[in-house]
Design a protein around this ligand. Structure first.
Ligand code: ATP
Length: 284
């Protein structure tokens, strides 16, 4: 069955509005030469937008982000079809470093701070591609501390001894030190208390609005992601099964039932969800 037949669009806007900064066009990804994981994924991120990439564990969100930032080779994966454009340039053959230099930075799932370095040293590692001098880097460090006051408080603590939330903030702060135009943010909510997740998403929104950074946000936490994103794509088994404006997605009955765990005003667990019904409805 073709992707077009399985794909549902909700809401009035056909694609995220505005000039496109990132365009993923019908990509296929294969691991180890045989395992087909992405089966024709397309998505767009407008400049200055926040777009959510949603889906359950194993749907292909991380693979999509790694395909964009050219990090698949280390995992024996490759993009075998389709194209990826950042600021209208095809970027598939660029090194991950070159992509960082062009302003597209990935914040990996699981935070990945250097535990034996202080928070401040971690932030400084984010500026490694810059050539605009110490004063500019110092100024940006203060900008990051302005958004993340907790990091300022913990600036001299070893990152390994800070909380999960602080490490996630450190990972986003480090990405900001590279002066990004766009951040690919993989599952920032993972393992964090809801209050901390709200705090981090609130900061992401401020970075988006005040610093003009575009975000592609991979999340299992559909509820939280749709609160902050303007547009969303839902991935299932390596395919986009639905896309639309965040508000329309949040109000969609299928999304409510299967991703927000809400049906007819009552909460439902994923286990109670009838998977075959979802497949049937979306494949219909
Ligand atoms: P999660 O929330 O767990 O990160 P995800 O939506 O990001 O889920 P991916 O990590 O992209 O999903 O995984 C998509 C599929 O690809 C899964 O079935 C996974 O087992 C498979 N996969 C991921 N990495 C590899 C790899 N290096 N080699 C083979 N298969 C892989």
């Amino acid at each position: 069955m073709s992707v077009a037949e399985t794909h549902q669009h909700v809401g009035s806007a056909p694609v995220p509005a505005g000039e496109t900064i990132l365009s993923v066009n019908n990509i296929e990804v294969i691991y180890d030469h045989v395992i087909l994981v992405l089966k024709g994924v397309s998505l767009q991120v407008p400049r200055g937008g926040i777009v959510a990439l949603l889906g359950a564990n194993g749907a292909g969100k991380t693979t999509t982000l790694k395909a964009i930032s050219n990090l698949l080779h280390a995992e024996r994966g490759e993009v075998t079809k389709g194209s990826i454009e950042f600021e209208s340039d095809k970027v598939q053959s660029l090194s991950p470093n070159e992509l960082v230099r062009r302003g597209c930075i990935q914040v990996m799932e699981g935070r990945h701070c250097f535990g034996h370095l202080t928070i401040e040293e971690n932030l400084l590692t984010g500026a490694f591609t810059r050539k605009d001098g110490r004063a500019a880097i110092r100024a940006d460090m203060e900008m990051v501390y302005g958004y993340f006051p907790r990091l300022k408080e913990r600036r001299n603590s070893l990152a390994g001894y800070t909380s999960g939330g602080e490490q996630q903030m450190c990972a986003v702060g480090r990405a900001m030190m590279a002066k990004p135009k766009m951040i690919l943010l993989d599952e920032p909510s993972m393992g964090l208390a809801p209050q901390i997740v709200e705090e981090i998403f609130g900061i992401v929104k401020s970075l988006n609005e005040k610093e003009g950074v575009s975000f592609l946000l991979a999340e299992q936490n559909t509820n939280m992601a749709l609160k902050y994103a303007r547009y969303g794509y839902i991935l299932e088994n390596g395919r986009v099964v639905m896309d639309g404006e965040a508000r329309a997605l949040a109000e969609n009955e299928d999304v409510k039932e299967f991703y927000l765990g809400v049906s007819g005003g009552k909460r439902k667990s994923f286990r109670e969800g009838k998977h075959y019904r979802r497949r049937k409805r979306w494949l219909a």
